[in-house]
Design a protein around this ligand. Sequence first.
Ligand SMILES: *Cc1c(COP(=O)(O)O)cnc(C)c1O
Length: 370
Amino acid sequence: MSKEKIFVTRSSMPSYEEYIEAIKPLWETHRLTNMGIYHKQLEAELKEYLAVPGLSLMVNGHMALELAIQSFDFPEESEIITTPFTFISTTHAIVRNRLQPVFCDVKEEDGTIDESLIEELITPKTVAILPVHVYGHLCNVKAIKDIADKYNLRVIYDAAHAFGEKIDGIGIGNYGDASIFSFHATKVFNTIEGGAVVCKDEKMYTKLKDLKNFGIRGEELVASIGANSKMNEFCAIMGLLNIKTFDEAVIDRKRAYKRYQDRLRGNRRITFYESKENVKSNYGYLPIRLDSMGLRDEIYEHLKSNNIFTRKYFYPLTADQVCFKNKYKESKLPVARELSKRSLVLPLYERLKDEDIDRICELIIRKCEQ
Ligand SMILES: *Cc1c(COP(=O)(O)O)cnc(C)c1O
């Protein structure tokens, strides 16, 4: 058994020397936060990289989502149609804004919201749709836009998993009224902790600038009830270095992804998600589906006992967590529940060794054969 632990992900980092060199100027200026020069520079670079009209950096992805929702000023208790097959942050951001989540089932083929079920969940209280590009699988953005237009709803995408992805050559941040990204240490692109809201509306951008700094607009003017959601300069510098190597990191993740596929694909108890021709993927996650929950849990335990730590993303569903269960409208979620029972996310990161991938696959295959 290998002594070294393998986790589901490992943060991309510049070299120690490079980071130390890059943060040196902070000891001259003593300007560590409050939207300093590195914050501005990273905002500009990410806006260009993602090819989006506007971008507001945030302290993390969760606050990006909370503030993006807040900026629409929806009436209290309004309903937002969303997916339960996601990280808990998505649902928390809705509820912490005093809005009601209405859970919509997902599609087996990619785990994203099932657009054919959205319309029947719309009521006079519905104000928005909040889908998630889960595992970096892109939602059916065109169908969702058509529904939103028909019923005059806003669309806010949780794109925490979709940094740098494109559909038909268009950056994913260009869809919907707003999208949020997470730059948490465990995500494909990281600023240690961080996130961003991307939007088209110039006014929303100004609102977000207020909201992330207590609503302060001038020395003697507080325009709104904001939070503190500013990214500090150490994090911004980490982002400026990581963005330089992001494309290379994706290429290396693709190498690892393909190796897993080559080794596991023929196994009849394992299903991979199909990649789509018109989508540029970031290879952020490697989710597989097993043919039963029992097998999923056995593989999880077996790998764990070999110092390999996978994740049961997303089990249980957010709708089934104690903090939300039985509090909101009951929706039927058969596909989401089934996916959550049979999904396992395998280790995938930059420079994950071929020999480690082979060993992980052998352990999985052995369990499948038992
Ligand atoms: C990571 C994540 C978030 C929250 O982002 P943080 O930067 O960790 O606050 C929100 N939604 C999803 C789907 C995520 O995976």
